[in-house]
Design a protein around this ligand. Structure first.
Ligand code: NFS
Ligand code: SF4
Length: 652
């Protein structure tokens, strides 16, 4: 077994040991299975059963499928379908959140409450729901119904688009890519990409952008806002990360997947004195909750529940032998967990109406009886505690600070009375902060776990670029202490100064992958704050998914491109590598049309170089210079301070 599967020594040790003992993991399976070179490069069409047709051969001009489809059409159709599937995942999650809100407001969803009334009002405002003289329940019912209507809307534009900068809305309108309804665009992608419909690559891919917008400015944005209404808008919270969060003497329950609906109830259930007493009666000192993947991020952001790690840690958690129950819902849950859990005492519990795994225990979640179901699950874990055999929990665990929301950032930057993004914009205008990089997305065993995330994060902050994160990328940074104020030691002098003054870390954890919508909101706030152009595409900013694997990542990447951002995907080759035409459309053509482009760049140093170059290009276009203290702060900077910075005279 090759070394170096993970950048995280804790994971690396668990993986090596597991392989020595004959267990397979995603790491060993990835080594044993080479990716199909045809499918991997976007050159296989399996959309009808005259085929599947493979576009292989030297003379690409001559290649066609049985129906005559050309390689570029096939690559474009593949990419469009992946994006639609990703948008479907996030949006379906958002839909369930809206239903839960409605049932809560009707008094039919046990255990939930409308926790954040301020956020409810803010959401009501943009969804055009009246608030004056109404109870929070009345407002919430209308907010939920207005949100749900976004999925089924057939004409017009989804409402959240109105939250984007005006110039961006114009771009979408002029191109006709403002989504009409969430479900409609996703269905239309499936229709267009089936045998014999849309066969012009650029036309297909413009619709793919439209579909992706239903995710970022639709399903995901609503999922985030409704999550905040039900469970509270995040505020900074300290917690711990890595496999060391599991406890030898307590019942360990790991929540894994994506939706916060059940995991939030499990947090409540595990706090119930009667349930805790039951755990004690079984010989445990208490109940210990931990998360994996984005469920971890959801309960970490709002409740401070520690994270046992990101995507590639899911099997490793079970391999410790210390997990009494792993409770999963939807997305990013490996089927391999089932076989692995039977080799230990771990109970794998599936909970979603949408997702079962053969051999796992299914306890179906229903928001109407959320708390009793959560208690049942926790009790099942407790009853499994005495069955625990030998366990080996790695000691390592790191501190982290999570829980940033755009609301909190603007409060941090401006205080209660002047909450705004002014301070951030000024720092960028002055050049203390060069720009912003969103580093997000998955792990992928085809690249060293966490390496891309952490290498790039370190390099960006060194270069005075503020980093915002979500998803598994944020957990990667947490594992090496990059989500703490101490990470300032790695930051460049300008970024460090701003972060110290404002009291923020240089790497900001914004939540789960649906919370990438928070990055859209932050970008919009930066634009409307003034001084950095009229549109998101003017900002000195980039988006990066260094270790992506899921279709959801492609959807996120596409909606950032459609919002005007340069997006780089790293770690592996392009999924449309074989098609120069499609590669050109998603880069040059998209940039001409929407101001953002999609680049698949396996090499991390190249990602860094291209990103910094892009940030500089945007700064030049905005006529922003380098940080020159004398220019902006002549009267405030003492000679001693200048000497400390290594400058001898005031600069003009
Ligand atoms: Ni995002 Fe979250 Fe992780 Fe990738 Fe999966 S957990 S929704 S898809 S693997 S970042
Ligand atoms: Fe082959 Fe065309 Fe069918 Fe695709 S749609 S499988 S290219 S015949």
């Amino acid at each position: 077994m090759a070394n170096n599967r993970s950048w995280d020594p804790t994971a690396q040790a668990v993986i090596e040991k597991a392989h020595e003992q004959g267990f397979s993991t995603a790491f060993s399976r990835a080594e044993g299975m080479k990716p199909c070179p045809i499918g991997r490069a976007g050159s296989c069409c399996s959309f009808c059963f005259m085929g599947p047709c493979r576009m292989v051969g030297k003379d690409r001009e001559q290649l066609t499928g049985i129906c005559g489809a050309k390689p570029a059409t096939i690559a474009a159709r593949n990419l469009a379908r992946w994006i639609a599937a990703g948008a479907a995942s996030h949006s379906d999650h958002g839909r369930d959140m809206a239903i839960a809100l409605r049932e809560t407001a009707r008094g039919k969803a046990q255990g939930y409450q409308i926790k954040d009334v301020k956020k409810l009002h803010a959401t009501a405002r943009y969804l055009n729901v009246k608030t004056e003289g109404r109870t929070k329940e009345e407002i919430a019912i209308d907010v939920a119904n207005a949100a749900l209507a976004q999925w089924g809307q057939q004409e017009g534009e989804i409402i959240c688009l109105s939250r984007a900068p005006k110039a961006r809305q114009e771009v979408w309108r002029n191109l006709g890519i403002g989504p009409r309804g969430v479900d409609r665009e996703i269905v239309e992608t499936l229709h267009r990409t089936g045998m014999g419909t849309d066969q012009e690559p650029e036309h297909i891919l413009m619709h793919a952008l439209r579909t992706s917008l239903t995710d970022g400015w639709g399903g995901s944005m609503l999922a985030t806002d409704i999550g905040d209404i039900l469970f509270g808008t995040p505020n900074p919270v300290r917690s711990k990360v890595n496999l060391g969060v599991l406890k030898e003497d307590e019942v360990n329950i790991v929540v894994h997947g994506h939706e916060p609906l059940l995991s939030e109830m499990i947090v409540q259930a595990a706090d119930d004195p009667e349930v805790v007493a039951y755990a004690r009666s079984k010989g445990a000192k208490g109940i210990n909750l931990a998360g994996i993947c984005c469920t971890a991020n959801e309960v970490l952001m709002r409740q401070g529940v520690p994270s046992a790690g990101n995507f590639l840690n899911q099997e490793l958690a079970i391999l410790t032998g210390a997990v009494d129950a792993m409770v999963v819902d939807v997305q990013c849950v490996m089927q391999a967990l089932q076989g692995l859990s039977t080799k230990f005492h771990t109970k794998l519990i599936t909970t979603s109406k949408k997702a079962k795994i053969t051999g796992a225990t299914h306890i179906q979640f229903d928001e109407h009886e959320a708390l009793p179901i959560a208690k049942l699950i926790v009790k099942m874990a407790i009853e499994n505690f005495p069955n625990r055999g030998k366990s080996e929990i790695p000691e390592e665990l790191d501190d982290l600070v999570a829980g940033f929301s755009h609301e909190y950032i603007s409060y941090m930057l401006g205080g209660v009375y002047r909450a705004s993004f002014r301070a951030l914009n000024d720092a960028i205008i002055e050049g203390r902060i060069k720009g912003v990089a969103g580093i997000v997305g998955c792990n992928n065993p085809r690249t060293v776990q966490d390496q891309g995330h952490n290498y790039l994060t370190r390099k960006f902050i060194e270069n005075d670029v503020l980093v915002v994160q979500t998803g598994c990328g944020a957990i990667a940074s947490a594992k090496v202490g990059l989500l703490t104020p101490e990470a300032l030691q790695y930051a460049g002098p300008g970024l460090r100064e701003v972060c110290e003054a404002v009291g923020i870390p240089p790497v900001i954890h914004l939540g789960s992958c649906v919370d990438n919508s928070r990055i859209l909101t932050i970008a919009t706030n930066m634009v409307t704050e003034g001084g950095l152009g009229d549109d998101i595409s003017d900002l000195p900013a980039v988006g990066i998914a260094p270790e992506w694997m899921h279709e959801k990542a492609l959807s996120i990447g596409a909606y950032f491109v459609a919002s005007g951002v340069y997006v780089l995907f790293g770690g592996g080759p392009s999924p449309v590598e074989d098609s120069p035409e499609v590669t050109d459309i998603i880069a040059r053509v998209w940039e001409e049309k929407v101001g953002g482009k999609l680049d698949f760049e396996p090499d991390f140093d190249e990602i860094l170089r291209k990103s910094l170059e892009h940030i500089e290009k945007k700064r030049r276009a905005l006529k922003l210079g380098n940080w020159a203290p004398g220019k902006y702060a002549r009267t405030f900077i003492t000679p001693q301070e200048l000497a400390r910075r290594g400058e001898t005279a005031l600069q003009e």
